[in-house]
Design a protein around this ligand. Sequence first.
Ligand SMILES: O=C(O)[C@H](O)[C@@H](O)[C@H](O)[C@H](O)COP(=O)(O)O
Length: 255
Amino acid sequence: MTSDRRVLVHASTEELAASVAARFITKTVDILDDLGSATIVLTGGRVGTAVLAAVNASPARDSIDWSRVSFWWGDERWLPRDDDERNEKQARDALLDHIAVPPENVHPFPATNDGIELDAAASRYEAELAAHGDESGMPRFDITFLGVGPDGHIASLFPHRSGISIDDCAVIPVRNSPKPPPERLSLTRPALNASERIWLVLAGADKASALGLALAGASRDEVPVAGIKGRKRTVFFVDAEAAAEVPEGLIAPSY
Ligand SMILES: O=C(O)[C@H](O)[C@@H](O)[C@H](O)[C@H](O)COP(=O)(O)O
């Protein structure tokens, strides 16, 4: 992986979440000052949700003018909309239901109780992205959060599955997912990599091998996170356990 990827190590998941939350608030304020609006892509998973809860708990939370922020998701589990296992439900519980973001600025994936099949749901989300996009067909994603699985999966793009190599569309249906539930929806690698900044959040010893392999040059087919690179920045926010196999030279000095 090229040198513009940085690894920031934190003592614990709690410290990681608090640090990412503080950085997110500061960066989003800067983006709003510079560009007038900010578009954020959320992730599912324990660590990504812990970051949102830390943003909500921050005394600086409302230094962000939420009326100018939009939210999308990198992937979603194919479940009824109010299912506790849906990434959307977890993000709403952790943050979105507690801030003054306009409902029309929140763009969840379709759900099984929307009266739509999985393939059509992928097409619908792709069309929604295009409707809010520029000439590239995508919105400007300012910050994209991604969790990372023990197998190196990101969003719902898994090792040795076709999804990680699809590059002719922005959204795909996923079936037989190794991580339950079996059916999901996911942005593709090119759609994710269209993001200005990609912030990967991972903690725990079970992530160390995938992260080490990815940073040491493994293929994206073997370790999907290896294929992830933001246009401007790609930052790995990790705890000490997940950092155990990161090449020394890639760990940014703690600040
Ligand atoms: O729908 C999902 O499950 C996520 O989008 C998935 O990609 C998740 O981010 C990783 O599996 C890491 O999850 P943890 O942070 O819980 O380990």
